[in-house]
Design a protein around this ligand. Sequence first.
Ligand SMILES: Cc1ncc(COP(=O)(O)O)c(C=O)c1O
Length: 361
Amino acid sequence: MNIPFLELSRISPELKKRLERKFSELLNQGVFSGGKEVERFESQLQDLLGTRFAIPCANGTDALELALRALGVGPGDEVVVPAMTWVSTAEAVVWVGAKPVFWDTDEQGLLRSDWEKAVTERTKAVIPVHLYGKMQQMNELIQKANTYRLFVIEDAAQAFGAHQQRKAAGTWADVGCLSFYPTKNLGALGEAGMCLTQDERLARKIRLLSTHGQPIRDQHELIGRNSRIDTLQAGFLVEMLAEFEANQNIRKRIAQDYIQGLTGIPELILPEGMLEEDHNAHLFVVRTEKRDELQDFLAKNGIGTAIHYPQIIPSMKPFRIEGDFVNAQLLADQSLSLPLNPYLSQEESEYIVKKVRQFFG
Ligand SMILES: Cc1ncc(COP(=O)(O)O)c(C=O)c1O
């Protein structure tokens, strides 16, 4: 068997055809920036996620930066960021001139619930990250943020389609940020991202920031930048959306098979809450002290895996700082992501379970 961790060329022949058709359509129309396709993508996401405003942009990292700028976070401000996340969460804070203050996660990779101990008089915002697709408890976090008068920016880049109390990931905070990076649950054929907000003033500001400060062409209200989504990507994403729900069902089924097949191995810790609605089954992350050996063994048996992520942000060279990041470090040292995607066959997922069990004897 040869099972890649994720092979995007495995998308269904029907979807491939629809994407090719969309490309030809837009090529013939000659529309590559803005236009109806972008508007359609926006309104479909508004409906799907139940958000008042959905502002597409170039990628998820930009979405975070636009959110911070729109909220006025900048030099002299501090922002609480989990120690274990994709580097973008911290990068965006630095790019707006603020300081990321790292806090440990719990063993699932979510911002540890005592994060208020990181708050100082300079703290302006907190960025919970729904890591691996599991949502932070948002009611609790927002209540605490309100107590300290902090903005909340929800990094929902990995949690598209997850819901808590029927409210979609990304729609809880002042601004929610999404990524449509190709490997995500809803992935483009390139780069794309989005800001969600329920506040009209913020929505307008984010839109202005993302398009040179222009409410209309050649009128510049503020210093913005170019972070627009490509029309092609918006068009592709509309096509991808048609398969989203079916793909999510497959992801959940595989997660369920893994949980059933891998429960009861004392040396293997399984992810929690994967079948609940506030997890979108983006990544299936197991933990074991024998992580590296397991990864080698699976590779020798033709199974691709990944590590999300091998280094905590505070130990990366550009961010280096000491602190108590025990759980985040545990994840960096012991976590391993098994293949989990809609292109995985039942035979393949059964083989993966068999090989993991075989490794642990
Ligand atoms: C948690 C998290 N935040 C932010 C991002 C940034 O998204 P993008 O790669 O679209 O810039 C990603 C995705 O890579 C992510 O996983």
